[in-house]
Design a protein around this ligand. Structure first.
Ligand code: HEC
Ligand code: HEC
Length: 310
């Protein structure tokens, strides 16, 4: 539904091509479209009427249309059928700079590491052997920072630590921050992701992250797990929905569809915008906790960064 809907049908919701033959009353259909939770409290379908996407006259029009649907959908190409379409597999060589423009940034990040900041110091002034010192650092993030009483990810650490030590201004999601993040991640490539929840602070933050992943937000009323768990391994508007495991072993990445480098927080912001929720600032406490939850789901996987995705 809607002008920006992609042509390829999804299969998060049931096939409605014969809905008119099921004997539903107009009133039942109206109520279901208005707010499906009246009949199915677990539904992930947006409450189209209740959340103001459509007014009552529009929902009556939708019901009239649904009452015409009696013949099974025919797909021009069998691969248009979401049940037959294969899941997308990323097989480009992420570390080949000819394929992945973000791979070029590894060297630029390495150069930034040696470049003095406002106070004359460079990262390398204090960290003379980064390849050895930071071999596992990026795969053991994010971490609880007691002085700030919040979970810090790689990119927020870089922004704060650079300012404090070299005086360099590399706010989250700025080119310099992305470059240093890509460089520090690349030093940990091939290492296994590990999340240490042994401290009570980390454990509590992780548990808050789990709760946040279940929190329904936005006009669409979607929680992370509605798409990435309940509807995982299905298609939504022509896009494949992945499970949490496998979603966070390859950031930062290059998005070919946007020609941009995205860190994990940018991805969270976009998943918020997609459900018509307000995005949070990249250093939001909640994103730190979500990042910790998602990292835990990816524990045991091997880091390959920067990666490349559509
Ligand atoms: C003035 C010395 C100094 C400079 C300059 C400096 N650091 Fe650090 N760095 C430290 C110290 C001390 C620690 C450990 C204590 C802490 O967490 O503050 C540290 C910790 C780190 C860690 C985490 C290591 C761990 O085991 O947790 C990383 C990564 C790091 N620095 C990267 C950088 C980068 C990138 C830059 C340049 C933007 C930089 N550092 C500049 C002194 C410095
Ligand atoms: C409306 C459904 C929907 C909701 C809700 C949603 N996402 Fe997503 N998410 C997507 C789609 C679609 C993609 C893109 C699929 C892709 O790139 O493989 C995606 C991609 C991602 C990715 C990147 C996966 C990759 O392999 O690069 C992450 C990480 C992610 N989502 C996390 C979240 C988090 C955390 C939340 C909750 C704050 C959330 N998503 C909520 C639909 C959703």
């Amino acid at each position: 539904m809607g002008p920006r809907t992609q042509a390829l049908p999804g299969n998060v919701g049931p096939d409605l091509s014969e809905i008119a033959t099921l004997g539903r009353t107009d009133q039942w259909l109206f109520n279901y479209v208005f707010d499906p939770r009246v009949y199915n409290p677990q539904s992930v379908m947006p409450p189209w009427g209740k959340h103001g996407f459509y007014n009552e006259a529009e929902i009556r029009d939708i019901v009239a249309f649904l009452k015409t649907l009696k013949t099974p959908a025919k797909f021009a190409d069998p691969l248009d059928d979401p049940a037959k379409r294969p899941m997308p597999i990323e097989d480009r060589d992420a570390l080949d700079p000819f394929v992945n423009p973000a791979a070029d940034r590894i060297e630029i990040g390495a150069a930034l590491f040696k470049q003095p900041g406002a106070n004359g110091q460079a990262c390398v002034s204090c960290h003379a052997t980064p390849a050895a010192s930071f071999k596992r650092w990026a795969v053991e993030m994010p971490k609880w920072e007691a002085r700030l009483t919040k979970v810090l990810g790689v990119e927020e650490f870089i922004a704060r630590h650079a300012k404090a030590t070299t005086g360099a201004d590399v706010p989250m999601q700025s080119p310099g921050n992305n470059d240093l993040s890509i460089y520090l991640h690349s030093l940990a490539n091939g290492e296994t992701i590990k999340v240490d929840l042994s401290s009570p602070e980390m454990k509590a933050a992780y548990e808050r992250g789990v709760k946040l992943s279940e929190l329904k937000v936005g006009q669409f009323d979607f929680a992370c797990i509605d798409c990435h768990q309940q509807a995982a391994n299905k298609w939504i508007r022509g896009q494949w929905l992945g499970e949490p495991k496998g979603q966070f072993d390859h950031f930062p990445l290059w998005r070919t569809s946007r020609n941009q480098i995205w860190d994990i927080r940018k991805r969270f912001q976009w998943c918020n915008v997609q459900v018509r929720a307000n995005e949070l600032p990249p250093d939001a406490v909640e994103y730190g906790e979500l990042e910790l939850y998602l990292r835990k789901m990816n524990e045991g996987l091997v880091l390959t960064a920067p990666n490349i995705r559509h």
